[in-house]
Design a protein around this ligand. Structure first.
Ligand code: ADP
Ligand code: MG
Length: 636
């Protein structure tokens, strides 16, 4: 005893620490620019208390001694209107001195830097971003000008308590403290303009709102400031364990906001209990907004995992495929062992089976939303569409479920919002058409202006316009929908089939023959740049275009590979020329070989530009173009 107290005395002097730079910045933001949704601090602190209790309960499975003295896990909320303080206490895991310094002085999350980059300075937007990011502990400074944390780690003696205190002025102080209660007490010294939170009535309504679904009792003093009796202000039953029919929509929404740290309401949810050979409950949510790290490889994702109501881990990513990483929610299994680890989850056949069932549930949820609430589905698509598209390649077993969920742009739909379903497309197909035509481009604008569409447009044939980064990859995995093959209009033969009359075909063949000499001259001029030169079936107003072979890598994919530093295979396209075009006619009439070659190269580079957005040698291209323009001016 003497020994430990003298050890305590050695550290008794308060020790100053600076906050990590990111935390300082975050704190500035909390203090100066978060006026709306101020009350979220309470949700965050109750959530931390609940996490702390969860963690202790989990550790106590292996070390029951940790619960000694107090086996019921609880949360207490108290206030003092006179002093203007608000206190949130738990009897959970607690923190050591080192942990307090590390956890309450830095941000451990990945993507922090990204978060700061995305701040706009716009109140409304930034406060939403803060919500998405999960502000956690530091949100206490939205309402408090001083925050005090008294904590004792479970299993440590009372003499090893810690007091952490900060005014958010760039630093915090820690000191040793004799502290009997196990767990953590957070005391907020409320700002003048936040004194309203030291009010029993106001607190009770907030607590009810933010913690009804918390699985631990949240105790508050009975009416009357000085009352010594405590009562639970919440139901203290994990929401997902209750039956669907008795849970209100409001409760589902609040629970979502609790687990996802999102101000926004979810678009939809799906709550299911599976019984029989395998028993588990799942509650899956569809958020209304993409998190800022949706496309980051190391971003956390997955469900909150419980085993028989005991919290096991956050972000259990093994229960949903990558392309459904936007789904948030809870999974509570009756069969998994309590000591399950991430490594075990990775290899487990049970987990595999659950993942496949949960993926189906999530896709059913999307299908239901698409059918019943198309506007909400459009919101979903805008935020997460490209991610869902990944599923077409990643999860062939569910392709039939994913394809009807796609929303695409097309030549038959105005505007930027993709609305066309594959079923719409098929219903509008022209008689004799048996291909689903599509075009991949860098942007919708580029797609709409693409020369590849000229003849198809003239014939009134609809073409899907694909401009997401994942599109070429996706189309590489898709062969057909409802028996109709997909056809890239920038590759190979257009396969017009029944859309083309016998007369058209004969005319096309005739044109090839008639222009044989010209085509050969162009091919000779271009040499190895192209595999062949043909009369075009695609063009109306443009002199020429490049056409890739079916198996060649397209421009989008080539760019992605090049950006990733990977070797890009050479593709040798065909050049299709529009023999009706004045420029090609002029070319045909040119007898001087030098001039012919110059002009042919110019035609080729133009086509290259339209196909891929760049030419091999821009300087030369510009020189050639200017030379020609110069000649024209001299002639005029
Ligand atoms: P998050 O909860 O997302 O991890 P927070 O900012 O809310 O982020 O909390 C930071 C960390 O501080 C927590 O991960 C935890 O380690 C620690 N912490 C906060 N509150 C408590 C508490 N009541 N008991 C124990 N540890 C806590
Ligand atoms: Mg937290």
């Amino acid at each position: 005893m003497t020994e430990s107290s003298s050890a305590g005395a050695a550290q008794a002097a308060p020790e100053k620490h600076g906050f990590q730079a990111e935390v300082r910045e975050l704190l500035q933001l909390m203090i100066h620019s978060l006026y709306s949704h101020r009350e979220i601090f309470l949700r965050e602190l109750i959530s931390n208390a609940s996490d702390a209790n969860d963690k202790l309960r989990f550790l106590a499975l292996a070390q029951p001694d940790l619960m000694a003295g107090e086996s019921e896990l609880k949360i207490w909320i108290d206030h003092d209107a006179e002093k203007g303080t608000l206190t949130i206490r738990d009897n959970g895991i607690g923190m050591t001195r080192e942990e307090a310094i590390a956890h309450l002085g830095t941000i451990a999350k990945s993507g922090t830097a990204d978060f700061f980059k995305r701040l706009t300075g716009d109140q409304q937007k930034d406060s939403q971003l803060i919500g998405q990011f999960g502000v956690g502990f530091y949100s206490a400074f939205i309402v408090a000008d001083e925050v005090e944390v008294l904590t004792r780690k479970a299993g440590e003696p009372a003499a090893r308590g810690t007091r952490w205190i900060s005014k958010a002025d760039g630093e915090f102080t820690v000191e040793a403290l004799e502290h009997e209660p196990r767990g953590t007490t957070v005391i907020l010294h409320l700002k003048e303009e936040a004194k309203e939170f030291a009010d029993g009535w106001r607190l009770r309504s907030l607590v009810r709102r933010y913690s009804d679904h918390i699985a631990f009792p949240v105790l508050m003093r009975k009416e009357g400031e000085a009352s010594l009796d405590w009562e639970a202000a919440n139901q203290a039953q994990a929401l997902w364990t209750r039956s669907r029919s008795e849970i209100k929509d409001e409760e589902y929404k609040e629970f979502y906001q609790h687990i996802a740290h999102d101000f926004a309401e979810p678009l939809a949810w799906s709550h299911n209990k599976v019984e029989g050979k395998r028993e588990y409950t799942s509650l899956l949510y569809l958020p209304a907004r993409a998190p800022f790290d949706l496309y980051q490889r190391d971003a956390t994702r997955g469900l909150k995992l419980y085993v028989r109501r005991v919290f096991i881990m956050d972000d259990a990513e093994q229960f949903l495929p990558m392309y459904l990483r936007f789904i948030r929610g809870v999974l509570d299994s009756n069969d998994l062992p309590l000591n399950v680890s991430r490594e075990l989850l990775q290899k487990d056949a049970e987990v595999e089976a659950m993942r496949s069932a949960l993926a189906k549930r999530a896709l059913d949820l999307l299908a239901r939303l698409a059918k019943d609430e198309p506007e909400k589905y459009a919101t979903f698509w805008k935020e997460f569409g490209p991610v869902l598209k990944e599923g077409t390649g990643e999860d062939p077993s569910n392709r039939e479920k994913i394809l009807p969920l796609l929303r695409l742009s097309s030549t038959h739909e105005e505007g930027d919002e993709p609305k066309v379903t594959l079923a719409d497309y098929i219903a509008r197909m022209k008689s004799g058409q048996d291909r689903i035509y599509y075009l991949i481009a860098d942007s919708l604008t580029a797609a709409r202006g693409s020369p590849y569409l000229e003849q198809l447009r003239a014939k009134g044939i609809e073409v899907l316009l694909l401009a997401d980064r994942v599109d070429e990859w996706m189309m590489g995995h898709l062969r057909e929908f409802e028996g109709k093959r997909f056809k890239d209009v920038a590759r190979g033969d257009l396969e017009l089939g029944g859309l083309e009359g016998e007369a058209d075909k004969a005319a096309a063949e005739e044109a090839q023959k008639e222009n044989k000499k010209l085509l050969k001259r162009i091919k000779d001029a271009l040499g190895e740049r192209v595999s062949e030169v043909k009369v075009s079936s695609r063009l109306a107003d443009t002199p020429a275009c490049l056409v890739l072979a079916e198996g060649d890598m397209g421009a989008q994919m080539r760019r992605i590979m090049a950006a990733a530093g990977q070797a890009v295979p050479e593709a040798k396209p065909e050049l299709e020329v529009n023999v009706g075009h004045a420029l090609i006619k002029r070319l045909d009439a040119t007898s001087a070989e030098d001039e012919f070659t110059e002009l042919a190269l110019l035609v080729f580079d133009q086509a290259k530009l339209a196909e891929s957005g760049s030419v091999a040698n821009p300087g030369e291209f510009v020189r050639r173009l200017n030379k020609l323009l110069g000649q024209l001016m001299a002639a005029g």
